[in-house]
Each structure stands twice: as C-alpha cells, then as structure tokens.
Write a protein that binds this ligand. Structure first.
Ligand code: NAP
Length: 264
C-alpha cells in the first residue's frame, strides 16, 4: 500500500525536488499540494515538467477537509510552515518538516500536540546525511576543544540566520561544553557584528551569497592545532534521501523527533 502525501511549497527549490522524488517513488503517492497561489490548478499547470493532474490548494482548511493523506511535507517559509504543521497534526497527518526557522516555543507546541495526538512528526534542520554526521562529530569534538566558531554559508534567498543547521549544531555543542567566553577578554568590535552572533560563548557567522546552496564549517582551535569539520550541499538533491527516509520513518513514530540523527 502506498503512502499518501500532501506537500506544501511545490514551486520552491526544495519543494520541486521533493515532488520529483515522490513522483518517482513507487511507494509514495502525491495526493495534493499546498501553495499560496494557483488555486484550482493542477500540478502540471504550475510545473509543466511533471505529467501530474494532482490538485493545488491555497486554502489549508479546505485541503485538509477534502483530501485524506498519511504524511504532510512542508518546504515553505517559517511563518506559514509552522501554521501548516500545526493544522496537519490537528487533522491527523504526520508532518515531515524541512522548513527551517521555527522558534523553540513553536517546536515545543508541536511536540506537545504530537504527543497528545500520538502522531509521529519529524522536523529536520538538515536532511543531508553528511550534514547530520558533521553535527554529531562536532558534538564529539567539543568535549576536547571548547574553543569553537561556526561559519555557515547559504544562498541569498534564505530568510533565517543563523541557519537551522547552525542552531542545531550549537545545541549539540552546548550540551557537552561548559559555557566559556572566547577570544581576548577585552576584545571589541570596530564594526558591529564583526565577531558574529554568540550562543553560550560560541560565535556563529552567517554568509549569504548567490551561488551558494548550504555549507557549514565548524572550526575548533586548540594548542598549536586547528580541527575543521566541513560539509557542503552543492544541490538540493543532497536532501532528498533524508526526506524519503523521514516519510517512511514518521509512520512508525508516535511523537515529534527534531533532527535526522534520531532516525538514522
Ligand atoms: P524557496 O525556493 O524560496 O521555496 C519556498 C517556497 O514556499 C516558494 O515556492 C514559496 O512561494 C512557497 N511559499 C511561500 N508561502 C507559502 C504559503 N503560504 N503556502 C505554500 N507555499 C508557500 O526555498 P527553498 O530553498 O526551497 O527552501 C524551502 C525551505 O526549506 C526553507 O525554509 C529553507 O530554509 C528550508 N531548507 C531546509 C533544508 C533541510 O534539509 N531541512 C534544506 C534546504 C532548505 P513563492 O515563491 O511564491 O513565495
């Protein structure tokens, strides 16, 4: 039996790659898409590369009333992605969320709702397996190298900074590292923001440029040594294996999982 899927954000870079992955997987059935334009159109009318008549909805409530599905995939923007995910859970669908930028409060609200409804949900700041390993290895390294800075680089259409991946990396590093002020105790910024954002003393620098996709370096400094862990996503295809895996795994869960590492 196939897994029925609704996807939000089909015209986006991630969304269109995910549509392609879903349509090419025999176990998956794309049953509808949620957009904020193109009401009453079909997928092939908005994305002619796909020979598919599945309907496009712009009204979330109408969509969840008229279309039954197992999994809801969100690849949009944080403000609406959160509302979509909340509504999906309320309607008994299991969300797989790639949209980054949800606040801690929002994630906790979704976690509580998933628990109450006994529904699986997966929110992954990064669906690339290599990026998940980068985060895990950074956690290991932070035990031995407390001086660490993160440089994350993304395309210039990205709304949130630092990236969800950087925030998740910080959480993992801070779970094993004592809070520590880095750099010279009397250092000062000649230009505001020169030392980046700070979380428990770890500095994070966000670069936004055309040409980039998703890249992150975690740099650890020690006595006469430097240890760098680096991951590059050169194309959105690098995220599709993780989304495929999450769609399958979310059906086995009855709670919210934040991070791909918990299902690998
Ligand atoms: P994108 O190309 O800008 O796509 C976002 C799409 O969402 C656009 O098609 C946009 O439509 C659409 N959208 C905006 N408001 C909407 C609404 N109310 N309902 C439905 N769709 C709506 O961005 P992207 O690169 O694909 O990234 C999408 C999201 O995934 C971002 O949050 C990004 O940070 C995240 N991301 C996650 C991963 C991961 O591995 N977890 C990897 C890469 C990116 P318009 O163009 O008409 O505004």
């Amino acid at each position: 039996m196939s897994i029925n899927i609704i996807l939000a954000g089909p015209r986006g870079k991630m969304g269109s790659s995910a549509v392609n992955m879903i349509l090419n997987n025999d176990k998956f059935e794309l049953v509808a898409c949620l957009d904020h334009k193109n009401e009453n159109k079909t997928l092939k009318e908005i994305l002619p590369q796909f020979e598919s008549d599945i309907p496009i909805y712009t009204d979330m409530d109408k969509l969840f009333t008229e279309v039954k599905a197992d999994v809801f995939v969100d690849l949009t923007i944080p403000e609406v992605g959160y509302q979509h995910t909340l509504a999906a859970l309320k309607n008994g669908l299991r969300p797989v969320v790639g949209t980054s930028g949800f606040t801690e409060d929002e994630i906790n609200t979704l976690r509580n709702l998933a628990k109450e409804k006994e529904l699986g949900a997966i929110i992954a700041p990064n669906f690339a397996v290599g990026a998940v390993l980068m985060m895990e290895f950074s956690k290991q390294a932070a035990k031995y190298f407390p001086d660490v800075e993160i440089i994350e680089k993304h395309h210039d259409n990205k709304l949130d900074a630092p990236s969800g991946t950087a925030v998740k990396t910080l959480d993992l590093i801070n779970s094993v590292r004592e809070e520590k002020t880095q750099g010279h105790p009397e250092e000062y910024e000649v230009l505001d923001g020169a030392r980046g954002a700070k979380s428990h003393g770890v500095h994070v620098h966000s670069v936004r440029l055309p040409g980039l996709v998703a890249h992150q370096e975690v740099i650890f400094g020690g006595e006469s040594q430097l240890f760098t862990i680096k991951h590059d996503s050169f194309d959105r295809e690098s995220f599709m294996d993780g989304i495929d895996l999450s769609i399958n795994k979310v059906l086995e869960l009855n709670e919210l999982v934040y991070g791909l590492e918990y299902i690998l």
